[in-house]
Write a new protein. Structure first.
Length: 90
């Protein structure tokens, strides 16, 4: 599981009880507070929007967590490289 860097104490918090997913299992669901990743109702209805990763704790570094999420999402995507703007030509 990719929970390293998600803060300390998660093994105590992510028990699968009290509206948390188990640290040992990954799950997702629409409006499901017990899932690892919760997808909003509007996101499902519109096919776009946000998701909430409920695994990181409040003491996690948000930049590291966001970087890990983006690395996971983008691991099979080859980004298009956009040339820098030449200010003299603009």
């Amino acid at each position: 599981l990719r929970t390293a860097g998600h803060g300390t104490g998660n093994e105590l918090r992510l028990t699968g009880k009290h509206e948390t997913a188990s640290i040992n299992d990954f799950s997702f669901g629409v409006a499901n507070r017990g899932a690892s990743v919760r997808i909003g109702r509007d996101t499902e209805a519109e096919g776009k929007g946000y998701f909430e990763d409920r695994r990181p704790s409040s003491n996690a570094d948000p930049y590291l967590v966001t970087g890990k999420i983006m690395a996971t999402i983008m691991e099979d995507v080859e980004p298009e490289v956009i040339a820098a703007l030449n200010r003299e030509e603009a």
